[in-house]
Design a protein around this ligand. Structure first.
Ligand code: RNT
Ligand code: ZN
Length: 418
């Protein structure tokens, strides 16, 4: 079947495939830098353990060890993904001049100048994240620590991150979302649940007292149910983060990561609930298997459902900030990166090809049998033809063409790194 035949099939249902592709081309999706080096970064010893309750597993050869290698890998990824990517940086990816180093509370925009140049040359925007983990000053708490010196250090880090985010937004002319997530919590039953939360709240207040333009920088607060080694309690729980964001709508937005809830809860169902009250929300799209395992994003039911909700709730018009957040060290990291980004794009395209007005009407008229039939039959329309046409229009490889390029890159570049 050709694209034109597929287009006609969708047109018969009142769906404009050309318009869907045009829309998707303009939607920013944030590409996380940390898939390339297993979340190690460059500002501290790369061989120390990852802390904060997150974990990468696997030892696939070819991990990027330097800024130059990470940039080279990101370029490879960019050459294989359709759509409009933004880069997503963590503060621990600061790049220092030889002999120079700054601790996280003293980071400055200049430490991200090489990333700004990188993004400018490629015409992409950049998001940012302060890094409240994998650092000797985690005691193990950060923004919720009872130790004032520790807490002050991490507040100063958060403020530095706001200044850096402002610089990224201004230099690149695109909104910078700045996500605050800490792994603060306890392995076992706490003796005081409220103290850390009150301190976390006060720390957020202080960080957000740093002046910034909310039209350029979008601070987010990401919640989490538990982490590895932090099973019994996390300070930044769902209720904590949502309430904080709800009470500070003039300066921050809530961020939902779909690995951060109890296993039968789905973020697809939460998007409309939040958008009923918040003008804007942010998402981390990932794939949890049994826990927040951060597997590569697939073209699976929940990713499609998240995309359908984003589209149906008007999220593509700036109300939903979409970012990827997964890290798999057990397979080719470039392949993992490309696969997840392409699957996020695929899910959004699939979502843009739904007859939403018809589905809504069937529901409102209580025609539930028909609603089920129509939704099921939508799954087997010739979607692959539209997807490949989208890749071609973006000047990127179709399915079945990109992996060979990754394999060549592995042979020529990645395999030489060890
Ligand atoms: C951890 C959170 C957080 C991190 C990144 C690296 O569970 O999802 O977003 O994955 O900041
Ligand atoms: Zn996340």
């Amino acid at each position: 079947m050709s694209y034109n035949e597929a287009k006609a099939k969708y047109a018969a249902l009142g769906i404009d495939t050309d318009a869907a592709m045009e829309t998707l081309k303009s939607v920013p999706v944030s590409l996380h830098c940390w898939q390339g080096d297993d979340v190690r970064g460059f500002d501290t010893d790369p061989n120390k353990p990852l802390t904060g309750g997150i974990q990468t597993t696997g030892n696939y050869p070819g991990r990027a060890r330097t800024p130059a290698e990470l940039m080279q890998d990101i370029d490879m990824v960019l050459s294989l993904i359709p759509g409009r990517p933004k880069l997503n940086l963590h503060a621990n990816y600061a790049i220092f001049e030889p002999g120079e180093w700054a601790d996280r509370d003293k980071l400055e925009p200049k430490h991200f100048q090489k990333w700004v140049d990188f993004c400018k040359e490629r015409g992409i925007g950049c998001d940012f994240n302060p890094t409240f983990f994998s650092h000797p000053k985690c005691d193990p708490l950060t923004l919720s620590s009872p130790n004032e010196e520790t807490r002050r250090f991490w507040i100063d880090h958060g403020k530095a991150a706001i200044r850096i985010s402002t610089y990224l937004a201004e230099q690149l002319g695109e909104v910078c979302t700045m996500n605050i997530w800490t792994g603060d919590g306890f392995k076992d039953i706490p003796g005081d649940r409220m103290g850390p939360r009150v301190r976390y709240k006060e720390s957020l207040d202080e960080i957000l007292s740093e002046p910034f333009d909310f039209n350029k920088v979008k601070p987010c607060v990401e919640s989490k149910v538990f982490g590895i080694g932090v099973e019994a309690y996390t300070a930044g729980s769902a209720e904590f983060a949502l309430t904080y964001a709800a009470m500070h709508q003039d300066k921050c937005i809530p961020l939902m990561d779909n690995g951060h809830y109890h296993p039968t809860e789905v973020v697809s169902d939460k998007i409309s609930a939040l958008l009923t009250f918040f003008p804007e929300i942010a998402l981390h799209v990932t794939r949890p298997i049994r826990w927040d395992s951060d597997h590569v994003v697939l073209f699976d039911d929940e990713t499609r459902e998240i995309a359908r909700e984003i589209v149906r709730c008007g999220g593509l018009k700036g109300r939903v900030h979409i970012a990827l957040d997964y890290f798999d060290a057990s397979i080719n990291r470039v392949s993992a990166w490309v696969m997840g980004f392409r699957n996020a794009q695929k899910s959004l395209l699939f979502a843009l090809l739904q007859p939403n007005a018809q589905l809504q009407k069937l529901q409102d008229e209580s025609r539930f049998s028909e609603l089920m039939v129509v939704q099921e039959e939508l799954k087997t329309l010739p979607f692959g033809e539209v997807w490949n046409e989208y890749c071609r229009r973006c000047g990127k490889s179709e399915d079945n063409q990109w992996f060979a390029k990754v394999a060549d890159y592995e042979n020529a570049v990645l395999s030489k790194r060890n």
